[in-house]
Write a protein that binds this ligand. Structure first.
Ligand code: PLP
Length: 451
């Protein structure tokens, strides 16, 4: 029995083949995974535990979401209390107090420009909601001719048809038909020749925002409803916006009456050392989409934040009329709201929304210490996010980073995330300096061990 088979046997000890077959896993090479499962059975603080009890250092905050760390008692208690008190209540034509309290609470950590919160259950739903709000907003103001949407190459906006249409990751689009009409894409900003090994924001690349003017000239600005970007692209492998780039996008969209949407599903709730990327970069969009960190990944929840005036544009016509025909059964689910309120308390009491800024330079130094490791062609970082880009093997793109993921999990007991040949790390915001050193020490050993 070789090492990998032994690990596989241990890890799947409690699962039958029938059970392994039954779960169609999302965004996973199912056959590969099921031949060698990586199971997580329990979590606490900075760690996961496998079914056999092996401790795994969480280098990715789960899936960029467990910002407060795992198993935090105030959140766990709030969810338990809420389940006993009010398990579910509709928010269509009814309401429960926590939904309103949470909405107002979230506005307190946003720039004053934001005035309303629409609740969803995921980042994908937040994106589709924001796109629909943008289209309906223009129509409500008599500008129904604004029907086009502009995203960006390599953008990830979830998996709804709206999200994959404006998204720019080819694999997420190519087998799903024609998608939404009237969508175009900005170029992405990643160019190893100009911005490899940048620390923080690259100096090169702001001019790429001017491509928006070119697209607007092509389609006519009056036909465009919204531009959506991730302030820092996460899922595609951490692309940091060049200095001045987001400011330029804001100027151009404002000039043409086009809404700017920041998809902050990853950057929201402290990842960059401010509550949101809008504050970090000093650029205010019209709509912000969030999910994940809203309740530290404990109960599915997302939200869209709307700037002053957007909601008001809908408040016309007879008052008995529904103003926006959109919503989800579980919008503002009581358990998600209770978890989010407890999470916001924790963020405030422990200073977690600012913590990434205290750790950022230690994090940056740790990441860039990997520069001499073999196959590393780029390192990039911002806040508590880092990426290691590896040269792809000529015959097997993605295989090198996947080997790193397997090695990290089984041999170094470290959870990392990989996309193509890029390794991303983004730990819970409670990470200590010693644990940051441990993450990069483990990564170094992984990189030295894979060919
Ligand atoms: N938007 C961004 C920027 C994301 O990073 C993600 C998920 O990683 C999503 C949307 C989709 O979120 P969800 O998986 O909760 O639907």
């Amino acid at each position: 029995m070789n090492d990998l088979t032994r690990h596989a046997t241990l890890a799947q000890s409690d699962l039958t083949d029938a059970q392994l077959r039954a779960f169609w896993m999302p965004f996973t090479a199912n056959r590969q995974f099921k031949a060698q499962p990586r199971l997580l059975a329990r979590a606490e603080g900075m760690f996961y535990y496998t079914p056999e009890g092996r401790q795994i250092l969480d280098g990715t905050a789960g899936l960029w979401c467990v910002n407060a760390g795992h198993g935090r008692k105030p959140i766990v208690d709030a969810i338990a209390r809420q389940a006993a008190e009010l398990d579910f209540a509709p928010t269509f034509q009814m309401g429960h107090p926590l939904a309103f309290q949470l909405a107002e609470r979230l506005l307190q950590i946003l720039p004053r420009d934001f005035a309303q919160v629409f609740f969803t259950n995921s980042g994908s739903e937040s994106v589709d909601t924001a796109l629909k709000i943008a289209l309906a907003y223009h129509r409500a103001r008599g500008e129904g001719h604004r029907t086009r949407l502009i995203g960006r190459e390599r953008g990830y906006h979830g998996v709804g048809f709206g999200g994959i249409s404006v998204g720019g990751i080819a694999a997420n689009r190519k087998v799903f038909g024609a998608m939404l009409p009237g969508v175009d894409h900005l170029p992405h900003t990643h160019d190893l020749q100009h911005n490899a090994f940048s620390r923080g924001q690259p100096k090169w690349g702001a001019h790429l925002a001017d491509e928006l003017e070119r697209l607007l000239a092509l389609h006519d600005p009056s036909t465009v409803a919204a531009v959506i970007v991730e302030p820092v692209a996460g899922s595609t492998g951490v692309l940091i916006p060049p200095d001045g780039y987001l400011q330029r996008l804001r100027e151009i969209t404002a000039k043409h009456g086009i809404l700017l949407i920041f998809d902050e599903v990853i950057t929201g709730f402290g990842r960059l050392g401010k509550p949101f990327a809008t504050q970090y970069f000093g650029v205010t969009p019209d709509l912000i989409t969030v999910a994940k960190g809203i309740n530290s990944g404990t109960v599915p929840m997302g939200a869209v934040f709307a700037r002053q005036g957007i909601y008001d544009a809908f408040m016309q016509g007879p008052e008995r009329m529904i103003e926006l025909f959109h919503g989800y059964t579980y919008s503002a689910h009581p358990l998600a709201c209770a978890a989010a309120l407890a999470t916001q308390d924790l963020y405030r009491d422990e200073g977690l929304l600012e913590r990434a800024s205290e750790l950022a330079s230690h994090w940056e130094d740790g990441l860039h210490s990997l520069r001499d490791c073999r196959n590393v062609i780029d390192l990039r970082n911002i806040g508590l996010v880092g990426a290691v880009e590896l040269a792809p093997r000529p015959d097997a793109p993605g295989a090198r980073a996947y080997d790193a993921l397997v090695k990290a999990f089984f041999d170094e007991s470290l959870l990392i995330r990989v996309t193509a040949d890029i390794i991303a790390v983004s730990p819970p915001l409670i990470v200590s300096r010693a644990q940051i050193d441990e993450i990069f020490g483990k990564l170094r050993r992984v990189l030295q061990a894979i060919d």
